[in-house]
Ligand binder design. Structure first.
Ligand SMILES: [Zn+2]
Ligand SMILES: [Zn+2]
Length: 441
């Protein structure tokens, strides 16, 4: 789910401060939810504006309104990759206030909060992402982005708020035995914040026996979880192919080596990689998303450029795609008397959910909500940089349904998207129960 585009980097949002919701954050459909027992059944929403009552721990429900207010504040002040200073300030302040040891600056703006309880030596990491996207928001929500051209269109505001809510509860109760690292990472959207944190020594400073992540899933039932063992998300690589020919007069093509024709043939030949080279029971994606060449109808340009996104679910398929795309680029260019320069950028690896940890996550949900708390799904062809953590440490990345239709169904990276606040306490309750189960007293 890589998104690039123009960003208004000159705008600096006002720093989010912590505290109770201001008047603008309450009374607009955010009704005070009733107290509930853990594991309560899902209740129907009373009005279109009232959030659904989804299952949550009673103690988390008690401060739900405050956490929703924090989520909406983060939403109002979106920050792009490695610019998450105000968000990181807010996160660090919260964690410090609740008694966490806070480490800042890993991956530029990353924040890690550590909490120990008991004498246990087992260590786990729970991770949320903090960055927004260069999208102009069109959700029409009262808490819509106040920064033109930037938007929390992937729900990382919700991820941050869910992990903060869990942090608050875990610190207040300390019903675990071991070491808890809460990881708030920057730059998930295409800039590899997880990889940067690892390069900066995250695992040396905060060794983890297991790590866990969570992402909201629009179009899936609100408050239900999916944990898919094995390769659950695709790798994402970007390829830029520069085709260099010999420019000339459009009326005298025999004096030129036309890179437009060579690149066109290349686009068609690339279609055979998946159909003829990838084994039929495997998957691969080769998309030519951009074809840039020429200006004038009567001029043969000297150069053409193709930009591709390439996806796979298996390392061997990923390698095969790279090999064949590179070969086709060079050979197709040569056929037409041109040459090709191939810039093959390996970006995010495929996300591998380790079977044991995935079964454990499922069990946590099942013991809490029964089978009803889970939804089944297929692997996702989008990608996610939590995969870098899962290359180093066993763990699992789950999806939390964001709702369907008007209530959370708008897809991520869409200008109309918004995180479904009804899921906040449910997600936080999952984090708490997962941490307590992993670090059982
Ligand atoms: Zn995204
Ligand atoms: Zn995301």
């Amino acid at each position: 789910m890589l998104v690039t585009g123009r960003a208004d980097r000159g705008l600096t949002p006002h720093v989010c401060s912590i505290g109770a919701a201001g008047p603008s954050l309450t009374g607009r459909g955010l009704q005070s939810p009733p107290m509930q027992n853990a594991g309560t059944a899902i209740l129907e929403s009373q009005t279109m504006n009232a959030p659904l009552q989804l299952p949550a721990l009673e103690e988390i429900r008690a401060f739900e309104a405050e956490m929703i207010a924090i989520r909406r504040r983060i939403h109002e002040h979106p920050e792009l990759a490695y610019e998450e200073h105000a968000t990181a300030d807010l996160v660090a302040e919260c964690l410090q206030r609740w008694g966490y040891e806070v480490h800042r600056g890993l991956g530029v703006t990353g924040v890690v909060g550590t909490l120990k309880a008991g004498t246990g030596t087992r260590r786990i990491g729970l991770r949320a992402d903090m960055d927004a996207l260069p999208i102009k928001e069109a959700s029409g929500k009262p808490w819509a982005s106040k920064v033109l051209g930037k938007m929390h269109a992937c729900g990382h505001d919700g991820h941050t708020a869910m992990l903060l809510a869990a942090a608050r509860h875990l610190a207040a109760t300390r019903r675990f035995d071991g070491i808890l690292h809460l990881v708030f990472q920057p730059a998930e959207e295409g800039y590899g914040g997880a990889r940067k944190m690892l390069e900066d020594g995250f695992l040396d400073l905060f060794p983890c026996d297991a790590m866990f992540g969570m992402h909201n899933a629009p179009g899936k039932p609100a408050g239900k979880f999916n944990a898919l063992a094995g390769y659950a998300m695709a790798s994402s690589d970007t390829v830029v192919i520069k085709v260099k020919g010999t420019g000339g007069h459009g009326a005298m093509p025999h004096h030129a080596a036309d890179p437009v024709v060579a690149a066109s043939s290349m686009v068609m030949a690339l279609q055979t990689v998946v159909s003829r080279n990838v084994p039929p029971l495997q998957m691969g994606i080769v998309t030519v998303g951009a074809f840039l060449a020429g200006d004038a109808p009567n001029v043969i340009p000297g150069e053409a450029e193709l930009r591709l996104t390439v996806r796979a679910f298996k390392p061997e398929v990923r390698d095969l795609l790279q090999k064949r795309i590179t070969e086709i680029a060079h050979t197709q260019a040569a056929v037409f008397g041109a040459t090709a320069e191939v810039d093959y950028q390996r970006r995010y690896p495929m996300l591998y959910n380790h079977p044991k940890e995935t079964a454990f996550c499922e069990q946590v949900v099942r013991e809490w909500l029964g089978d009803e708390g889970l939804f089944s799904d297929e692997p996702v062809t989008g990608s996610e940089d939590f995969s870098f953590f899962l290359e180093k440490v066993p763990g699992c990345y789950v999806f939390l349904g964001n709702g369907v239709g008007e209530q959370g169904g708008c897809m991520v990276h869409n200008p109309g998207y918004d995180f479904n606040d009804a899921c906040l306490s449910t997600g936080a309750s999952y984090w708490v129960q997962l941490a307590q189960a992993c670090l059982k007293k």
